[in-house]
Design a binder for this molecule. Structure first.
Ligand code: LHQ
Length: 259
């Protein structure tokens, strides 16, 4: 627990909550440092098999804390992005566990980027996404320029990034930015049910699947086919694969041990 960030571990599921509701969970240096550390330590904890990222109060995350940027000792933007934001995005992508963004309210600027970097996104009816960068004379960062065209296609990405319209939850579902929209009071229950489903899967297979899906975004079909063969070799040698086969044979649910 750090000021501005809450991490709760309940069985195989870690819930990471951005927790500065008075500032719509805007990201300060201490929160960014704590978030990076939390993600790295979750990655190293093999008892955790799924992660939920959400926000306290009525927002998911309003992006960079703009008041902090007014401080005389604020790092140059380029340094802030390279040293504070980028490592968080890399941590979300490289951690073995699947990460669900439970988008409870507005996700603006780098807050939207955080949600984009997660493996799955479900949203409350009150959620909305704002590519707020342009409104303050900045460009997309924290991976938004990379994720957005891949999530919604280049035409819609250009519209969202350049026109800067707010995308409400229904539109986010329609364009494929989120995979489910639920009433706000059911969001965490839904996120937990999804996390439990993921946590019941084979951890190594989940981690390798995450890797394969990410690599597939930047390689051609031949490389993808070869990559799948290699990863299948690794998964195929795991105890979890043997357990999956045994469970099928014995007509029972598998109990994956994570090795
Ligand atoms: C905030 C913020 C906030 C501080 C609401 N900061 N206090 C940029 C620079 C550096 C490095 C790298 O990356 C980036 C990337 C970015 O993230 S750029 C984008 C930064 N974010 C924004 O431009 C969004 C700014 N916020 C808003 O436009 C609105 O607050 C939204 C549309 C999100 C919500 O509007 P409302 O529902 O009307 O709420 P509000 O504006 O009244 O905000 C409530 C409080 O939260 C308020 O404080 P107060 O003391 O007056 O109650 C806001 O000042 C505070 N807050 N966002 N980013």
């Amino acid at each position: 627990m750090t000021d501005g960030l809450r991490v709760e571990i309940d069985g195989p599921v870690a819930t990471v909550t951005l927790d500065r509701p008075e500032a719509l969970n805007a990201l300060t240096v201490p929160v960014k440092v704590a978030l990076r550390k939390a993600l790295e330590s979750i990655d190293a904890d093999h008892s955790i098999r799924a992660v939920i990222l959400t926000g306290a109060g009525r927002a998911f995350c309003a992006g960079q804390d703009l008041a902090e940027r007014e401080q005389p000792d604020a790092a140059p933007l380029e340094v802030e992005v390279r040293e504070r934001y980028n490592p968080i995005i890399r941590a979300l992508r490289s951690m073995g566990q699947p990460v669900i963004a439970a988008v409870n309210g507005v996700a603006a600027g780098a807050g939207a980027s955080l949600a984009f970097a997660c493996d799955l996104r479900i949203a409350a009816e009150e959620a909305r996404f704002m590519l707020a960068f342009g409104r303050i004379g900045l460009v997309l960062d924290s991976g938004a320029s990379w994720f957005l065209p891949r999530l919604v296609g280049s035409a819609k990405a250009a519209e969202l990034a350049l026109v800067g319209d707010t995308v409400d939850a229904a539109e986010a579902l329609r364009i494929g930015l989120v995979s489910k929209v639920v009433p706000g009071d059911q969001l965490m229950e839904e996120a937990r049910a999804l996390a439990d489903t993921l946590a019941g899967g084979a951890p190594l297979a989940n981690a390798l699947t995450k890797q394969a899906l990410q690599r597939a975004m930047t390689i051609d079909l031949d490389e993808a086919l070869e990559g799948e063969a290699k990863l299948q070799g690794i998964a195929g040698r795991s105890a979890d694969h043997a357990e999956g086969l045994a469970a099928f044979r014995e007509k029972r649910r598998p109990r994956f041990g994570g090795n």
